[in-house]
Design a protein around this ligand. Structure first.
Ligand code: HEC
Length: 209
């Protein structure tokens, strides 16, 4: 894990701390959010043992708010994360709609089972501008089993999607695409990711043996 990642996360965290309180108040609380919220707590495989979500009570109690804090608020945990599926531990050229440059980081669950991607797998994609340094967005996929006997999205391999701004707000699609809040079962993400090999909705493991 290069220090650059850790460093950028510390920056992110600092930015997040100062802006989150004010910004997240306005986060909407749709049914998808509630559903995924219970999923995160109920399923818990991703959150378990992180300490992140527990040590730092979330200001924003939506799923997205807690998930962001879980992902960013624990430098220790992030240190354990690494590039997914043999990708260089650095940015590489991305493609639309992701950044001109991207970096993919995965939790242990995903790295150890890159084909199966069991429940609890988390894939984070940092989307950078053409200068390969300016972070534009963070897109995340989290495979969840659902909660309270309610599966999450079995027809689409149970991926939860979210796109964050660099300060941890949920991003919206552009007005011409309906200004949709990009969190939950996001149709635009699903439509494109459904084209991935092995029908697992993930591209980066397609060429792996
Ligand atoms: C038009 C197609 C398209 C759309 C829409 C799209 N993606 Fe992707 N996504 C891709 C491609 C292609 C890759 C692999 C690119 C590479 O090699 O880095 C990818 C990679 C990813 C990855 C890394 C795991 C993987 O599948 O390789 C994540 C995480 C991700 N996207 C999240 C999202 C989220 C969240 C959304 C919706 C907000 C979204 N994507 C919308 C095409 C798309």
């Amino acid at each position: 894990m290069p220090w650059s990642i850790v460093f950028s996360l510390v920056i992110l965290l600092a930015a997040c701390q100062s802006t989150l309180t004010a910004q997240v108040q306005s986060t909407t609380r749709g049914s998808a959010t509630r559903g995924s919220g219970s999923t995160f707590q109920g399923n818990g495989s991703a959150a378990q043992g992180s300490g992140g979500a527990k040590r730092h009570p979330a200001v924003d109690n939506t799923f997205e708010g807690r998930f962001w804090r879980y992902l960013t608020n624990s430098p220790f945990r992030y240190n354990e994360w690494a590039p997914f599926a043999g990708r260089l531990d650095s940015t590489y050229k991305g493609q639309s709609p992701h950044g001109a440059y991207v970096k993919v980081i995965a939790n242990k669950m995903a790295r150890q089972n890159p084909h199966k991607l069991p429940y609890g797998s988390i894939l984070i994609k940092e989307n950078y501008a053409a200068d390969s340094k300016t972070l534009l967005a963070i897109t995340v996929m989290y495979r969840t089993q659902g909660a309270n006997g309610q599966p999450w999205d079995p027809e689409n391999r149970d991926w939860y999607y979210v796109k964050y701004t660099p300060t941890g707000q949920v991003a919206f699609s552009p007005p011409e695409m309906g200004s949709k809040r990009l969190a939950g079962r996001v149709q635009s993400c699903i439509d494109c990711h459904s084209g991935a090999g092995a029908k697992d909705f993930v591209f980066l493991n397609d060429d792996l043996k």
